[in-house]
Design a protein around this ligand. Structure first.
Ligand code: PRP
Length: 218
C-alpha cells in the first residue's frame, strides 16, 4: 500500500499497481495463473481497513439493531467471512444467489436469482457484500429487487471494482466501500471462479488466457 493510512479515506478503493504483480506461489492450480495481482497479505490488510470504516459508519445505527450483511453467493463467501470478522458491531448474515455468468467467461446480460434472502429487509440497515463489480449488472438487479423491500438503508461493500460505467455508480453513497480498483482482466481466486474452479486460492490472480476462450475477458 503506497498511500499513507492517515491521508486517505479507508472506504475509498486502493488502485492495484502493475508493480505489485508477482508470480504465483507454488501450488497445484498455480500453473493456470499468469500472475498474482493481490496477495493474501494485501487482501487481509485492506479488509481490516474496510472493517474499521464500516464499524465507524454504522456505530450509531447499530444501537437500534444489528447490521444485516447480505452476502452474494458464491463469489463473496471468502471475502465476507473475513470482512464480517473485521466489523466490531453486531452483524447478522444472510445470503442471496444471483448468477449471470453460469459456466461462461462473459456475462449473459440476464441475471437469475437462484436463492433469495431469508430475512425481512423492512426497516433494516443492510450492507450488500460483493466480491467484484464487473459490468455491474448483478448489483443493479439485486439493488432494484431489494430496494423494493424498503430497508432503512442499503449500501454496498465490494472487494474489487473494474470501474466500468453502470447505473449503480450514479446513486450517491451506494457504492460506499470498495477494496481495490483493478484492471479489466479475468481474475480468479479468493472466492472468484472460472467454471467453479480457483475459488479456494488464497490470493487473486489473472487467469492465463489459454484456460478460457481467448477472445473473451471478464
Ligand atoms: C460474479 C461475481 C459477481 C458478478 C459480477 O458472479 O460474484 O456477483 O459476477 O459481475 P457483473 O458486475 O458483470 O454482474 P457469478 O454470476 O459468476 O456467480 P458466482 O458469485 O457464483 O461466481
Amino acid at each position: 500500500m503506497s498511500v499513507s493510512e492517515s491521508a486517505r479515506d479507508l472506504a475509498r478503493p486502493v488502485a492495484v499497481e502493475p508493480e505489485w504483480y508477482a508470480a504465483p506461489p507454488t501450488g497445484c492450480q498455480s500453473g493456470d495463473i499468469a500472475h498474482v495481482i493481490l496477495t493474501e497479505a494485501q487482501i487481509n490488510t485492506r479488509i481490516r481497513e474496510l472493517g474499521a470504516a464500516i464499524t465507524r459508519d454504522y456505530w450509531q445505527a447499530a444501537q437500534s439493531g444489528p447490521l444485516l450483511a447480505i452476502i452474494t453467493l458464491r463469489g463473496a463467501v471468502a471475502f465476507a467471512a473475513d470482512l464480517v470478522r473485521a466489523i466490531d458491531l453486531p452483524v447478522e448474515l444472510d445470503f442471496i444467489s444471483a448468477s449471470s455468468y453460469g459456466s461462461s467467461a462473459t456475462t449473459s446480460g440476464s441475471v437469475q436469482i437462484l436463492k433469495d434472502l431469508d430475512s425481512d429487509l423492512n426497516q433494516r440497515h443492510a450492507l450488500i457484500i460483493e466480491d467484484i463489480i464487473d459490468t455491474g449488472l448483478t448489483l443493479s438487479k439485486l439493488i432494484t429487487m431489494l430496494d423494493a423491500r424498503q430497508p432503512t438503508s442499503m449500501r454496498v461493500c465490494a472487494l474489487l471494482d473494474k470501474n466500468k460505467p453502470c447505473p449503480v455508480r450514479n446513486e450517491p453513497g451506494r457504492l460506499a466501500y470498495t477494496g481495490f480498483s483493478i484492471p479489466d482482466a479475468f481474475v480468479v481466486g479468493y472466492g472468484l471462479d472460472y467454471n467453479q474452479r480457483y475459488r479456494n486460492l488464497p490470493y487473486i490472480g489473472v487467469l492465463k488466457p489459454e484456460i478460457y476462450s481467448p477472445e473473451q475477458q471478464r
